[in-house]
Design a protein around this ligand. Structure first.
Ligand SMILES: [Mn+2]
Length: 435
């Protein structure tokens, strides 16, 4: 075993210390919600269904193209990354799945890795392929693209890599493949805009055909970076075109940071729901044009409005009956340049959970009536009332019932986990940047 865990007794002792105050806060919130006709027990039940996956690559300190400043005790391999993921899950109770990246996390023994994950109380979320970097010994370069490359041999290599990701994922019990395609051009004229997309669709068809029947294929869009003029899958419209060309198991993934500034993200989500092609999310936040800041740190209202669309859609009988069923995946995809990655993942998981729970507080019947009557002020106020409610006691209650920590950061710091790992793990030479 190359890692340790946070002791159950440490969590229990900390919770026992904090529980009296928590009970009072929970009681007060329950009374306040009761006056608004909301049963806190129902909200707790809905909140308990929430989960968000963590990315295996999020446990190392991130970086920028200027540099990277590693934190002591970084995990060096997938086994150590799983131990760090177990810390986040043990303390927050809402992150039971890890999303793996191939080749960074390629397991030597997939069954052994699955066993370890099971012992740590973890499972695996979507597999992520990588055709945006050249790997040692690889015959063809992705410098000018992968699934969109003009050379069929390069496209074939990229297709084979995605098929290999599916095979590893099957061995691990994953049910989805996320294809983030970095392909694109940095100058006008570099790439034939239509033909590049045609080649991507053709390549993806080869992957889609090999997809197990109970799997989903997610395409992720991004307007720029690493290509600075024209990314092939630059926005949700192109992502939707691809999903519709491939078939019902192909769905669109929305990475919150992969939009041009001021984009109405909740409307993008609403449109993808309307097309029945919303596959899930990569959560992060952004001030300018990055996709790296902690979820909910910059635009918490936007995060709430995204969940407002999801909760609204969950209430639609037609969507509940839809094929494939409406159950978008949640995953964190951000880079931790300044914060301890474990702390940031815990904080982000809690913030995403918070936005989700607030969306459950929206009085949907009242909102619909105000919308029908064009009562703009009351419609907006209905959303704001939910958003402004401090649901921290509900989040804490969910954690308490799962044996997780009332205060995850405090218990983590008290545990000395980071210091232990700093002693146990020699520094990593890897430099995995967030994508
Ligand atoms: Mn992403």
């Amino acid at each position: 075993m190359s890692g340790t865990r946070i002791g159950r007794d440490l969590i229990a002792r900390a919770n026992a210390r904090d529980e009296r105050h928590h009970r009072r806060d929970f009681q007060a919130l329950g009374e306040w919600l009761d006056r608004r006709g909301i049963d806190i027990r129902q909200i707790v039940a809905a909140a308990a269904r929430f989960e968000v996956a963590v990315p295996s690559w999020g446990f190392a300190q991130g970086g920028t193209r200027f540099g990277r400043f590693p934190i002591a005790g970084e995990p060096r391999d997938i086994t150590e990354r799983l131990f760090d993921a177990a810390v986040v899950q043990d303390l927050t109770g809402v992150t039971p799945r890890v999303s793996l990246h191939i080749p960074w996390d390629t397991p030597r023994d997939p069954k052994g890795l699955q066993r370890l994950a099971g012992q740590l109380g973890l499972g695996f979320d979507a597999m992520n392929s990588n055709t945006f970097q050249d790997q040692p010994g690889q015959p063809h370069s992705y410098k000018f693209g992968s699934l969109s490359h003009t050379d069929g041999a390069v496209r074939r290599q990229a297709i084979e890599h995605n098929l290999a990701c599916i095979a590893i994922g099957r061995a691990l019990g994953s049910k989805a493949l996320t294809v983030w395609l970095a392909d694109g051009g940095s100058f006008p004229g570099q790439q034939h805009l239509r033909h590049a997309l045609d080649r991507v669709v053709d390549s993806l068809e080869n992957i889609y055909t090999a997809l197990p029947r109970d799997w989903r294929l997610f395409t992720e869009h991004k307007p720029f970076e690493p290509a600075f003029y024209a990314t092939v899958i630059q926005d949700w419209g192109t992502s939707l075109m691809i999903a519709q060309a491939l078939g019902p198991q192909a769905l669109c993934l929305v990475d919150l940071g992969h939009h041009l500034p001021n984009c109405n993200l909740e409307q993008v989500v609403a449109r993808l729901i309307a097309a029945n092609r919303l596959g899930g999310f990569h959560f992060n936040d952004s001030k300018y044009a990055d996709d790296d800041l902690s979820a909910g740190s910059i635009k918490p209202y936007q995060l709430f409005l995204v969940f407002n669309e999801l909760v609204d859609a969950e209430g639609e009988p037609a969507l509940r009956r839809s094929r494939p069923a409406f159950r978008p995946r949640h995953m964190i995809d951000q880079s931790h340049n300044h914060k301890d990655p474990i702390e940031d993942l815990m904080l982000s998981a809690v913030e995403i959970h918070r936005a989700c729970v607030k969306a459950w507080l929206v009085d949907r019947r009242a909102l619909a009536a105000y919308q029908e009557a064009n009562d703009v002020v009351m419609a907006e106020r209905t959303l704001k009332t939910a958003f402004e409610t401090d649901v921290s006691p509900i989040l804490a209650e969910v954690r308490l019932r799962r044996g997780a920590a009332l205060d995850p950061i405090a218990v983590y710091r008290q545990s000395g986990y980071r210091q232990q790992q700093a002693r146990a793990r020699q520094p990593s030479l890897g430099s995995h940047l967030n994508i």
